[in-house]
Design a protein around this ligand. Structure first.
Ligand code: ATP
Length: 262
């Protein structure tokens, strides 16, 4: 189980981005982390996977524990070895390498089980199997996203963190990505699903958190959040007054004011 408790993250020693964030990912579950641009979702992923350093970021408060062990500030490969893999935003594959070679790079922490994991991963992604010798840069956007996920699975993670896997994909491919995540979870891997596509994420999540300016503003069961009027209004753009709301908090505040006025 992953537990993030009251975490603060500061970039360049001055920019406070996470402001007391607390979320949990229990074993075997899919947990959605939602929020608009700049809410701090990617920063949360970096804090867990040890990638803050590269971005001049630091955890200045709080704790991150994985199966009871403090992992805040551990180095990225130790975290992968410990069972957490991440697919970064923007399908970071090696464009000039083949599909197989890309998968090989994902196995660096687990060479002894490379061929076993390769077979398992290819079963999940038959399309990649067909293209195993193709240069990855020539794959379609959807296939590249699948490859990025497949590569992370080569480390046989207990927890997979996906940062906006549906970004820029056509609706049909978003469905494929969603089904893939469900399949991965059914095989026993927990998933922290970072998304702006709230409907997709909540449709498969056991639990969801909505974050804004570095902290959680609402959380609950996936299905409950999906049915919540405020969530629908903000994330599906169904504003009752037809106007744009800048933040989720503002939607809630506006509705409260409306109730007072009537
Ligand atoms: P997006 O969906 O746009 O990626 P996000 O919710 O993932 O948004 P983050 O990428 O975590 O948000 O960014 C949160 C805030 O931190 C933003 O205001 C961003 O400008 C700032 N930020 C991110 N990386 C750095 C950095 N290396 N140095 C300074 N500020 C940063």
């Amino acid at each position: 189980m992953l537990e993030i408790a009251n975490v603060e993250v500061v970039y360049n020693e001055v920019i406070l981005v996470l402001r007391g964030l607390s979320i949990e990912v229990p074993d075997g579950q899919i947990v959605a982390l939602l929020g608009s641009n700049g809410a701090g979702k990617t920063t949360t992923a970096r804090a867990v996977t040890g990638l803050l350093d590269v971005h001049e970021g630091k955890i200045t408060k709080g704790s991150i524990t994985w199966n009871g062990e403090d992992i805040a500030g551990s180095n990225p490969s130790a975290i992968v070895r410990g069972g957490i893999s991440q697919v970064m935003e923007g399908r970071r594959i090696f464009a000039e390498l083949t599909v197989d070679e890309n998968l090989g790079t994902g196995a660096f922490t687990n060479r002894s089980k490379e061929s076993e994991n390769y077979t398992r991963v290819m079963d999940l992604f038959p399309r990649l199997q067909e293209r195993r010798n193709q240069t990855a840069g020539l794959l379609s956007g959807g296939e590249q996203q699948m490859l990025a996920i497949a590569r992370a699975l080569m480390a046989e993670p207990e927890l997979l963190i996906l940062d906006e896997p549906s970004l820029g994909l056509a609706p049909k491919l978003v469905e494929q990505v969603r089904d893939t995540i469900v399949g991965i979870n059914e095989q026993g891997t927990s998933v922290l699903l970072i998304e702006q596509n709230a409907v997709m994420a909540l449709s498969i999540a056991n639990y969801g958190y909505i974050m804004e300016t570095g902290k959680v503003v609402m959380d609950g069961d996936g299905q409950k959040l999906l049915a919540d009027d405020d969530v629908k209004e903000f994330y599906l753009g169904l504003h009752s007054d037809g106007g744009e709301k800048k933040s989720f908090k503002e939607v809630k505040h506006y509705k409260r004011r409306k109730r007072w006025a009537s």
